[in-house]
Design a protein around this ligand. Structure first.
Ligand SMILES: [Zn+2]
Ligand SMILES: [Zn+2]
Length: 172
């Protein structure tokens, strides 16, 4: 779990700004979730928290920076830029069975798990199928060469599919 609880009970109605620049938190989370992600430009989150009645809060912010991820086609690492805006509402859940509430009361102090929220924004932004470019040619399934930078002979060896029929013919 990517957890970072901050007290929000004493924030005035005007709200308060927070900046999160601790890169160690992100690295720890990538490791924990076994995400094939490495650090790029430092990830910086700027967040404004506005308390709402009934133990809730509006959270507005941005998450910027970059990470290096691996292309799904050619398996090379490339830089993925993050520039996320979010605007969300969190409150103490009514039901007991919410396993991971974002807002809780600890020793009478209202707290927000800003870590879980930032992690969600981060995870949602990552592409499901990362591509270094839409034109990425990928890796040849035959010889394993990166077809973006190398040519391979596999296609020619396979030859024309229509002719393959004849190649297997046995002459009696
Ligand atoms: Zn690629
Ligand atoms: Zn090949």
């Amino acid at each position: 779990m990517f957890e970072l609880w901050i007290p929000i009970g004493d924030i005035s109605a005007d709200g308060r700004d927070f900046t999160f620049t601790d890169q160690a938190l992100w690295r720890k989370a990538w490791k924990e979730f076994s995400l094939p992600v490495t650090a790029g430009k430092d990830l910086e989150a700027e967040v404004t928290i506005l308390p709402q009645p009934e133990d809730g809060a509006l959270i507005r912010g941005t998450l910027k920076g970059s990470v290096n991820i691996v292309c799904d086609r050619c398996a090379t690492s490339y830089e993925f830029d993050l520039d996320v805006n979010f605007d969300t509402f969190e409150q103490i859940p009514d039901e007991e069975f919410d396993e991971e509430p974002r807002v809780r009361k600890e020793n009478g102090e209202l707290q927000l798990n800003i870590g879980a929220l930032l992690w969600e924004e981060f995870a949602l932004t990552l592409p499901v199928k990362p591509l270094c470019s839409n034109e990425c040619k990928g890796v040849c399934p035959g010889c394993g060469k990166d077809l973006n930078s190398q040519k391979c002979e596999c296609k020619q060896e396979e030859g024309d599919e229509r002719l393959a029929v004849f190649r297997n013919l046995k002459i009696k």
